[in-house]
Design a binder for this molecule. Structure first.
Ligand code: NAD
Length: 288
């Protein structure tokens, strides 16, 4: 049992927040956890399944007296939630978020954080294609990375405490600056999601045109795309709208490579294809 904070408030009760709650309970990381979600239906579900020690009907009530407040809403909603709760945060508390994009979230949230509160943004690199209060589970963060992205002038004690919190939830931690974070995530997560959405969209269009059975007979590669493309539309819409610069940069590079491979296929350039696939295979072998 490693209690890191006495009172924690979770704002937004979806996959990430519910997993944080179950992981906190498993490891005794918080004394008391209050939760709030915008929809009454989500709050009712949370009460029914015992998600959070107290489910509050307002965000203001949830953050009252909290030592750690976690914003776990879609990235496009972070600023508005911060504006609402900002004046009600306890002096000395830490405000963090779990958003998949960091630069824009920091720009949106920071102006609403009182001087007496420590703002320490973070991003757990863990997730599934499921969403909502019933999708969480205690082991989601085990052996996964959580990137801590301190804003300028973040208090070191608050940064260290948040790092210890994520370690107590089962994660490894690293510190990164916001621009670098957004570029790395554009490569490792955001653009792969866009490619999966596109591939599944293409297959669906094809099915309409030819009435072929691409979905029914989908093989492993395509199945993986369909799993990724089943991810929450609101969350992913917000990711692309807020990480515009980095995702456009990576998509530009991606389309250049795709055109090069397209040309190689058209020209029957087997050597280029083979060399390319050999290089990418080595990367996979480096990961596992
Ligand atoms: P989710 O869709 O499962 O849950 C989002 C929750 O926020 C829901 O309870 C929803 O009702 C609530 N919500 C939405 N707008 C709100 C508002 N304005 N005020 C209060 N509550 C509001 O989403 P999730 O997967 O838990 O994602 C939450 C955050 O975590 C996002 O910022 C996302 O970028 C980030 N994240 C997601 C993943 C993933 O793979 N799902 C991984 C890491 C980080």
């Amino acid at each position: 049992m490693t209690q890191i904070y006495d009172r924690v408030a979770l704002i937004g009760l979806g996959l990430i927040a519910s997993s944080m709650f179950w992981a906190m309970k498993r490891n005794g990381v918080a004394g008391h956890v209050a939760g709030y979600a915008r929809s009454a239906e989500t709050r009712d579900t949370a009460r029914r399944i015992g998600l959070c020690d107290t489910v509050c009907d307002t965000a203001i009530e949830a953050v009252k007296d909290a030592d750690l407040v976690v914003l776990a809403v879609p990235v496009g909603a972070m600023g508005q939630v911060a504006q609402e709760i900002g004046p009600h945060l306890k002096p000395g508390a830490t405000l963090t978020d779990v958003g998949s994009v960091k630069k824009q979230v920091i720009e949106d949230v920071a102006p609403h954080v009182p001087d007496t509160v420590h703002f320490v943004p973070a991003h757990p690199l863990a997730g599934t294609e499921h969403s909502g209060p019933e999708s969480g589970f205690a082991t989601l963060f085990d052996n996964r990375w959580c990137l801590i992205v301190p804003s300028e002038g973040s208090d070191q004690g608050a940064v260290d405490q948040l790092g210890n919190y994520w370690k107590a939830l089962g994660s490894h931690i690293d510190v990164m600056d916001p621009d670098h974070h957004d570029l790395v995530l554009a490569v490792t997560s955001h653009c792969p999601h866009l490619i999966a959405y596109t591939m599944v969209g293409v297959a669906d269009d094809l099915r309409r045109v030819t009435d072929s059975e691409v979905i029914k007979y989908s093989a492993a590669g395509f199945r993986d795309f369909t799993r990724i493309a089943a991810s929450d539309p609101t969350m992913w819409r917000d990711v692309f709208l807020t990480n515009k610069e980095a995702t456009l940069e990576i998509l530009g590079r991606f389309t250049e490579e795709l055109f090069a491979l397209q040309r190689a296929i058209r020209q029957g350039d087997g050597e280029l294809l083979h060399d390319y696939f050999t290089r990418t295979r080595a990367i996979r072998r480096g990961i596992i």
